[in-house]
Write a protein that binds this ligand. Structure first.
Ligand SMILES: Cc1cc2nc3c(=O)[nH]c(=O)nc-3n(C[C@H](O)[C@H](O)[C@H](O)COP(=O)(O)OP(=O)(O)OC[C@H]3O[C@@H](n4cnc5c(N)ncnc54)[C@H](O)[C@@H]3O)c2cc1C
Length: 490
């Protein structure tokens, strides 16, 4: 009998291990193609383009831009194409593929700056600066994006002290829409930089950029579970506490605690720096994927996922981590490949002091029990974004909290319309709380919602036409929100 139990236990272990190591870590196919249709991260907007030009030197790029002005061609710019609304290509247009334009040109340890070509990823930059004990001031929580793509959407992440990413740019080399190469600084070219940063590749090609750096400090992780109603007050304490350098939070989307519970993660200064710990790679991919896939099932399994996440986060309390490693979280486990379904991101921003009321109203709009529904919310992360006086299309006109939302929905017409309808209501709710929505993602919103969210759109458009009268730099995002046709939609 004992032998039989052991045999069964070993069999279960072997089977379990086999299943675990066969959890597929998918790599979806998307991207630039001359023979097939071009898409970006979600694949929602397939389009035929004319050609892809691999960027390897600025003189060749300059020639292409000059020629496009004469011959009436259109150009779009692509980094790693994680934007989701056709920002990187245009019907029958030329696409500049910046990925190979990726050299880290100089690390200036005294000045704490790095000069880097725009196709480099944050990972490339981190690898170059880590040995000098330096770290980026502002970037996403993952390091998989290009520098040019991130500056062109003015990205944000876990840092709460250094303001918008655009403000960390010391100087930039830009290939302008008429084919000139210019050096820009905030002091001398304020208006021009305001359009290029967060400018979605519509004001020219960022060739290289000099970024301000800070020290690769060692942080102690502090975690806290709280009620959503407590978060606004809690967060104001976080902001007032100068020892907290970075912060983010997560909101429950599990049916049992839907939008009611949160946990917060703070990164506290230890006063130490760490030159020993290497940059971390992707860890625990299969386990994270398994957990996320459980959450994706909805119902009791989503409750289990939330409880497990809380336990995991709590287990990190007191651990230490370097600044560079906070800025390079795992991403592969998020990949999602299910026929007929898509997973998209959306992000809404509300003023910090509107958060509690906003979440209460959001609870009335969204369904807590979405297990059997097509439109499913899988994850909500909360970030802080400080008031941005640097960019024209700024999403933070005051200090805001951003809700980054992972959503799954079907791909047939009815499902897309349903998702669009819910997201448009969500956008109206956000606007009613003096909020905005983020532009790098799929354009479910109407042109009217865009114009309300970005009241400076007119200045942006006028400046665009002044700088680029031939509309050489365009993309599907521009076409949708800012073209003449979009204006007539009003
Ligand atoms: C899983 C995931 C997580 C994310 N997390 C965050 C986050 O934490 N915070 C956040 O703010 N965003 C986040 N994003 C959004 C992400 O930062 C943007 O999609 C960003 O654009 C990614 O960089 P990229 O290299 O993929 O740029 P792309 O998508 O290739 O390009 C983005 C824009 O930049 C323009 N562009 C690219 N290179 C240049 C250049 N050299 N010169 C001029 N214009 C250029 C393009 O034309 C396009 O308009 C996330 C996206 C995903 C998919």
């Amino acid at each position: 009998m004992l032998k039989k139990t052991w045999f069964l236990a070993i069999l279960v272990c072997i089977l379990g291990t086999g299943i675990f190591f066969n959890i597929p870590i998918e790599k979806r196919k998307y991207g630039l193609s001359q023979t097939n249709l071009t898409t970006d991260y979600t694949g929602l907007l397939p389009e035929k383009i004319d050609r892809v030009v691999t960027a390897d030197n600025s003189a060749a790029l300059q020639q292409i831009v000059k020629q496009a002005n004469v011959e009436g061609q259109h150009i779009s710019i692509a980094g790693l194409q994680h934007s989701q609304g056709g920002h990187t290509y245009y019907k029958n247009g030329i696409v500049l593929d910046m990925k190979t334009f990726n050299e880290v040109l100089e690390v200036n340890v005294q000045e704490k700056t790095v000069r880097v070509e725009s196709g480099a990823t944050w990972e490339d930059v981190q690898e170059a600066i880590q040995e000098y004990g330096l770290a980026l001031k502002v970037t996403q929580s993952q390091s998989i994006f290009t520098v040019g793509g991130s500056l062109s959407i003015n990205a944000h992440g876990r840092d709460i002290r250094f303001g918008p990413m655009a403000g960390t740019v010391k100087a930039m080399t830009l290939l302008t829409p008429n084919g000139d190469i210019q050096t820009l600084t905030h002091e001398q070219n304020k208006e021009q930089l305001a359009n290029v940063l967060g400018g979605y590749g519509l004001f020219g090609v960022i060739l290289d950029v000099t970024l301000e750096l800070t020290e690769n400090d060692l942080y102690a992780i502090q975690t806290e579970a709280l009620k959503t109603t407590e978060y606004e007050t809690y967060f104001n304490h976080v902001l007032d506490d100068p020892t907290i350098a970075m912060h983010y939070a997560r909101v429950s989307v599990a049916p049992g605690s839907f939008l009611q519970e949160m946990y917060a993660i703070n990164y506290l200064e230890t006063g130490k720096q760490d030159t020993e710990t290497p940059l971390k790679g992707e860890q625990g991919m299969r386990l994270s994927k398994l957990a996320l896939d459980l959450g994706r099932q909805g119902g009791p399994l989503e409750d289990l996922f939330w409880t497990t996440q809380k336990r995991y986060i709590h287990s990190l309390d007191g651990e230490t981590i370097t600044r560079n490693n906070v800025m390079r979280s795992e991403s592969t486990f998020m990949e999602f490949k299910k026929p007929g379904k898509v997973e998209v991101l959306q992000e809404f921003f509300v003023p910090v002091d509107a958060y509690a009321d906003y979440m209460k109203d959001l609870g009335k709009l969204l369904s807590a029990k979405d297990k059997n529904e097509d439109f499913k919310v899988h994850n909500i992360t909360v970030r802080y974004v400080e008031k941005d006086d640097v960019t024209t299309l700024n999403y933070a006109r005051e200090d805001m909290l951003g809700l980054v939302i992972l959503i799954q929905h079907g791909l047939n017409k009815k499902d897309i319309e349903n998702a669009q309808n819910i997201i448009q209501q969500w956008t109206d709710l956000t606007l009613a709380h003096a909020g905005t929505y983020y532009l790098p993602y799929y354009r479910y919103q109407t042109t009217e919602q865009f114009q309300k969210s970005y009241p400076n759109w007119k200045t942006f458009k006028q400046d665009k036409l002044a700088e680029d009268p031939n509309e050489v730099f365009v993309n599907l995002f521009y076409d949708n929100y800012l073209s003449e046709e979009a204006a007539y939609e009003q």
